[in-house]
Design a protein around this ligand. Sequence first.
Ligand SMILES: [Zn+2]
Ligand SMILES: [Zn+2]
Length: 226
Amino acid sequence: MSPAIHTLPLGVANAFILKDQGTVLVDCGPPKKVDAFIKQLSAARIEPQDIRLIIITHGHWDHIGSAAQIKQMTGAKILMHQKERKWLEDLYAAPPQGVGGWGRFLAKTMAAVMTPFIHVQSARVDIGFDADELSLEPYGIAGRIVYTPGHTAGSISVLLDSGEAVVGDMAMNSLPMRFSPGLPVFAEDLTQLIASWRMLLSQDVQTIYPSHGGPFSPDVMRRAVS
Ligand SMILES: [Zn+2]
Ligand SMILES: [Zn+2]
């Protein structure tokens, strides 16, 4: 059986539950989203203690915001890329790097307007991922974590054997970032991001699940990076 994917919209960003023999959470949404998380978890008939691993795709505030509380509630281990663990452990905040005119405008606006309102609580990262791949078999999920840098230097994705790819902010599909699916409007290294996409698209990918917006076909990204 292939794992079920439950999308949990947590304000501006989605989190995802992957459920097969085991249950894994990908990302933790912005701060103060614990109530929404609990509600959606129970709607999906999942107990918090079922979650054995929390994979954080990268260290931006809208992905780590409720991580401390969710970790406490679930007792799950947190996995993040070694390069970005300090973003959660020490609340180090790298300013977003805009791509293109709109991306640069948004990056500036976000830094000026949103930063004072963001209250992320720090949490310990249990597993510092520092490899190209890691199988999720030990966690009861037929799939693996893959290293996909570019949006940030420590961005990671989850690729299920069934072809679904949960890619964090490697792609975006919602306003105000984008009108349609495609490359993100923020990226630390666009060249590296495109290389990550080419690597991912060379695998058997059927559906892309971005953190911002709904799922879409990998053909969109094939065109975007060709
Ligand atoms: Zn991001
Ligand atoms: Zn994001």
